[in-house]
Design a protein around this ligand. Structure first.
Ligand code: PAP
Length: 334
């Protein structure tokens, strides 16, 4: 979070508290382990790595964000299906107001339909719409603002095969992050991902934090895999609706409401909408970005075209070894 932005909003959101949190973040950052990231320095905070902007946002969120017990958080490591989960969730939650011909998803990018803690924090602190119950974040479970767990908020977590996650993140970086910085070689970026020194990484620790929490509190945390969603989206749309306490009625099922939601939120449909082909989102924040960058291929197993066998094998082995004994596997499902 840039200091000018913080200052600009400080007068609105409890100036003193925000300034205090901002100063605290500036004091903390120089004391942390630092490493070269893909495009800027990254810092290790509470066991995970962030660039300084996201880290300031995290510290502000930890200090200032107050969850409401009715909040439902969509959590994920970057590039594991956040945009899709937001679309499905928004469509499920608003299905009595809108259908597939009138949904705001036809004209608004999913990230503009469900705010993110890190990118929309100032808005959430200052002018939160009381009707907004769904929020998203890439922050790891152990670093979530305490009130999220204390108020008993529900959480949906989506994870993905680490090989596809790495490729998706790398392709995104090539398009956006390396516009203004010298790209690092893909081999080096891959090495850092394998070492766990990557944005919001180590990836496996991110996944394990939510996995373990979901085993402890299955009624509070719904744990999903991108690959399973792809295989049977209808089943998971039903699961989401049940989990949100808004199950589909028999009449809705008969009318094909579930299938219509699946179709509307499909990669094919969303990626071909004008708003997602040519629009930008978060225009009123420093994070404005082209929508089409969030719709690349949407496939399972794209890593086969992008990683060498050695790379794929190495990452699988690292991740499966880290997950061993947890009951979870991320690379053995295909
Ligand atoms: P974010 O963390 O930056 O928000 P996120 O949405 O989690 O990104 O992940 C983007 C991936 O989801 C992209 O994968 P790819 O690079 O392998 O193609 C993107 O294409 C994919 N994606 C976006 N929308 C959908 C969708 N409706 N269905 C399936 N996959 C999708």
């Amino acid at each position: 979070m840039e200091s000018s932005l913080v200052q600009e909003h400080a007068s609105n959101a409890g100036m003193e508290a925000m300034q205090k949190a901002h100063i605290r973040s500036l004091e903390i950052i120089p004391t942390l382990n630092k490493s070269k990231g893909w495009h800027s320095d990254i810092y290790e905070y509470q066991g995970f790595w962030y660039d300084s902007m996201l880290l300031q946002g995290l510290i502000l969120a930890q200090d200032l964000f107050r969850a409401q017990s009715s909040d439902i958080f969509l959590c994920s490591h970057p590039k594991t299906g956040t945009t899709w989960l937001k679309a499905l969730t928004f469509a499920v939650a608003t299905r009595t107001q809108f259908d597939e011909s009138s949904s705001p998803l036809l004209t608004k990018m999913p990230h503009d339909c469900i705010p993110s803690l890190e990118f929309d924090l100032l808005k959430l602190l200052n002018q939160r719409d009381p009707e907004t119950h769904f929020l998203a974040t890439h922050f790891p479970y152990s670093s979530l603002p305490k009130s999220i767990i204390a108020s008993g908020c529900k959480i949906v977590y989506v994870c993905r095969d680490p090989r596809d996650t790495f490729v998706s993140r790398w392709k995104f970086a090539e398009k956006i992050l390396f516009k203004h910085t010298e790209p690092i070689p893909v081999e080096e970026a891959f090495e850092k991902f394998c070492e766990g020194v990557s944005h919001n990484g180590p990836y496996w620790e991110h996944v394990l934090g939510f996995w373990r929490a979901s085993l402890e509190s299955p009624e509070k945390i719904l744990f999903l895999k991108y690959e399973e969603l792809k295989k049977d989206p209808t089943l998971y749309v039903k699961k989401l609706a049940d989990f949100y306490g808004r199950p589909f009625s028999v009449e809705e099922e008969e009318k094909g409401v579930i299938e219509n939601i699946v179709k509307m939120c499909s990669f094919e449909n969303l990626s071909n909408l004008e708003v997602n082909k040519t629009g930008k989102h978060r225009l009123d924040t420093p994070f404005a970005i082209e929508n089409n960058l969030f719709f690349r291929k949407g496939n399972v197993g794209d890593w086969k075209d992008c990683l060498t066998n050695e790379m794929a094998e190495r990452l699988s082995q690292i991740v499966e070894q880290k997950l061993s004994g947890s009951g979870l596997t991320l690379t053995k499902t295909q």
